[in-house]
Design a protein around this ligand. Structure first.
Ligand code: ADP
Ligand code: MG
Length: 479
């Protein structure tokens, strides 16, 4: 038996006005190449970097959210390597003194979170390679986990939760497809029946780093594949070698890219052009100041929604993932009973969500109108069918969609007034003589027909169940 071990390294482009060390715009949506550049991020000689405080603040907020330790002292280092996407010949990163150490997310221990600058984007086409420097120097978070994850699903869950956290904090858009969040998985396997003299020490196998994981599914599949590949390799008498492998989305396999550099190859040394950061002397970076700036964190919100409104797991999860709907829900049910909240949650998570997912153009109703709709459903003014139809009409409305007006306009109000229903039934029973006779001679489908007619007569507002009862009683009387 083999035990897989996984450690993740996750990069995320931070949301800031300008780049990490200069005044060039940080605009991930810029499509024209090489417009957000300046002498600093183009590495012209003699230029000097300046630290972006917004980026430092993002990292400290992330670190606080994951219960890491914020550094009292931090500094940047030069990481040297030669590649066209790195115009200076080195990347400014952090090595010995990251901004954040320790912490955990979903029970997975985090080693560190540090700040660095993104590289330029290389575009390889046939016959030539192009470089777009818009991305060069964009602030980049790197978060490293301990090698403590034991399966692909946990790795996937961790990465999804981190994405949600980054979005909640406004630290990054964190879209994987856009490369705003990049996940690398380090994978190794070890014999699980290996008996160590020191059981608290886990002996790990040689790790392989897997890159180009462009979706959470790829993360999970690549880890699963890589685990199996390594086991088969060892079982066949081979040895895992430390290397970087890519993930081939089409073939669903990992493939060799390069043998891994040692950190010594990077010749890390403290960046002499930047000041050291004595964070404990900068009030805006005090741990308590940072903590006070945090919004409600996803895992707290999840628990609170479930407790406060007695929501089912899926509803709570939807409201945590979809901030717009979560905020809408809380606005609608504020100050109402748990029954009201549960009914409102149902209409939002099933009916409203499917309208939003459909091709039908529309808008989220106002909280006030939606609250009125739920009230009408609760009081029986609208049947559940009527409430769904009214909601669809409210959704399609461009301006103001008061459910009472809409339901009246479309005859969706459920009539409880028995006099009105009785009149409708009587009219139908007189008019539909043939169906009445058929029903009396035992043809049950005639009853369904009569109910349909009575619904039409009551202009769609009669409840089919009460109409059925009324018709049965009336026919009994007529006998
Ligand atoms: P390197 O020096 O090669 O960059 P690190 O020790 O810094 O390696 O770890 C980088 C990442 O690899 C971390 O996420 C860590 O958890 C993970 N890792 C380290 N050793 C292993 C291993 N044996 N198996 C799986 N992952 C590992
Ligand atoms: Mg490392």
């Amino acid at each position: 038996m083999y035990l897989p071990t996984i450690g993740l390294e996750i990069h995320a482009e931070l949301t800031t006005r300008t780049k990490m060390f200069c005044e060039s715009a940080n605009d991930p949506d810029e499509t024209k190449p090489n417009v957000n550049v300046c002498p600093v991020c183009m590495a012209h000689p003699g230029t000097l970097p300046v630290i972006n405080r917004e980026a430092v603040r993002h990292i400290l907020r992330i670190g606080t959210a994951i219960k890491g330790t914020l550094a009292d002292f931090s500094e940047f280092d030069r990481k040297s390597y030669f590649y066209p996407d790195i115009p200076k010949g080195y990347q400014i990163s952090q090595y010995m003194h990251p901004l954040v150490t320790g912490g955990e997310l979903l029970g997975v221990a985090i080693t560190r979170v540090h700040l660095e600058e993104d590289t330029a984007r290389s575009i390889h086409t046939t016959g030539k390679s192009l470089v777009d420097f818009n991305r060069a120097g964009i602030p980049l978070m790197e978060l490293v986990t301990e090698p403590v994850i034991e399966d692909a699903e946990t790795a996937g869950r961790f990465a999804r939760e981190l994405q949600l956290l980054l979005r909640t904090l406004g630290a990054s858009e964190a879209n994987l497809e856009k490369g705003e969040m990049r996940i690398e998985a380090n994978v190794s396997v070890s014999k699980s029946d290996f008996k160590s003299e020191f059981p608290e020490v886990r002996l790990l196998g040689t790790k392989v780093e897997v890159k180009n994981l462009n979706s959470f599914r790829s993360v999970e599949r690549a880890i699963a594949f890589e685990t199996e590949r390594q086991i088969a390799l060892i079982e066949g008498g081979g040895k895992v070698v430390q290397e970087t492998r890519g993930w081939d989305e089409e073939k669903q396999v990992t493939f060799h890219q390069r043998f891994k550099e040692e950190s010594a190859d990077y010749r890390y040394f403290p960046e002499p052009d930047l000041p050291k950061l004595f964070l404990s002397e900068i009030p805006e970076f005090y741990p308590e100041t940072i903590r006070a700036s945090l919004p409600e964190l996803p895992w707290k919100k999840r628990n609170r929604l479930r407790k406060e409104y007695k929501l089912k797991e899926e509803a709570a999860e939807l409201f945590v993932q979809n901030v717009e709907l979560g905020t809408f829900f809380e606005k609608v049910v504020s100050g109402r009973t748990p029954d009201f909240a549960r009914l409102a949650a149902n209409y939002i998570t099933s009916d409203l969500l499917s309208l939003m997912k459909s091709d039908m153009p529309g808008n989220l109703p106002s909280a006030q109108d939606f609250r009125a709709l739920v009230e009408m459903a609760m009081s029986g003014k609208l049947s559940s069918r009527g409430a769904k139809d009214t909601l669809a009409l409210m959704y399609g409305h461009t301006e103001g969609g008061d459910p009472e007006t809409i339901a009246k306009e479309h005859n969706l109000i459920q009539i409880h007034d028995s006099a009105t229903l009785n009149t409708a039934v009587d009219t139908v029973l007189i008019r539909e003589e043939k169906a009445v006779l058929e029903y009396k001679s035992g043809k049950l489908s005639a009853l369904q027909y009569l109910i349909g007619k009575a619904m039409q007569e009551s202009r769609g507002a009669g409840n089919p169940e009460s109409l059925r009862k009324l018709i049965e009683v009336r026919l009994q009387e007529l006998n």
